[in-house]
Ligand binder design. Structure first.
Ligand SMILES: N[C@@H](CCC(=O)N[C@@H](CS)C(=O)NCC(=O)O)C(=O)O
Length: 201
């Protein structure tokens, strides 16, 4: 299988962390890059949305969206990163919360990197950060017990989201007023799967 990949994409990182945690082999990274205004080398034939990660398979159409790819690879590996219900609903909600943090954080980056300066709208950027802020507060107040439980896709997604905030939005200081999440990430980020997939400096 071929995984369209960028070392700076936090969604790709979710897949790479899952691969490292499960030990699944046979997935080969293929470099891809692009933006909403220039798809560049994005795999448009595989994913009409022009986004990564996308997973090309030998025996079926390409899969896309990190949530679909992660679930597919977990099922191939039989690794149980998606627990049985009712815990499953918590795992998926934690993953959705982390992915929502990423969606807002990535849009903020595009705003400064892709949109011309004279077309930028600061309140829109702050509105995106407000989403991140609220979601982090929800994880801090509601989901710490879940994060401290058995490894699952929710933890992987939160780990990749926090890693991306450190990578692109360090100056926002997400750790302030979130001591439990800070402590959890200090441990989680030392896993081999996380250190091996750190975005380049
Ligand atoms: N919901 C998607 C989001 C993927 C995504 O937005 N990836 C970014 C790279 S970090 C991308 O491909 N951006 C190009 C674009 O939006 O055109 C997922 O979870 O895979």
């Amino acid at each position: 299988m071929r995984l369209y990949h960028s070392p700076t994409s936090p969604y790709v990182r979710k897949v790479m962390v899952l691969l490292a945690e499960t030990g699944l082999t046979g997935v080969h990274p293929v470099p891809a890059s692009g933006t909403p205004v220039d798809p560049g080398s994005m795999p448009l034939d595989q994913n009409p949305l022009g986004k990564i990660p996308s997973l090309e398979r030998d025996d079926g159409p390409a899969l896309y969206d990190s949530r679909v790819i992660c679930r597919y690879l977990d099922s191939l590996a039989g690794s149980g990163l998606y627990p049985d219900a009712p815990r499953l609903w918590d795992s998926l909600t934690v993953e959705a919360t982390a992915d929502g943090i990423l969606d807002a954080a990535v849009l903020m980056v595009y705003e400064t990197r892709v949109r011309p300066a004279d077309l930028r709208f600061a309140p829109w950027v702050e509105g995106q950060w407000a989403k991140v802020d609220r979601a982090l507060d929800a994880v801090e107040s509601r989901w710490i017990d879940h994060l401290n439980g058995a490894l699952d896709i929710g933890q992987i997604a939160v780990g990749c989201a926090l890693g991306y905030l450190d990578f692109r939005h360090d100056s926002r200081g997400w750790r302030e007023s979130r001591p439990s999440l800070d402590q959890w990430y200090a441990t989680f980020s030392t896993r081999n799967s996380m250190t091996a997939t750190q975005p380049p400096a």
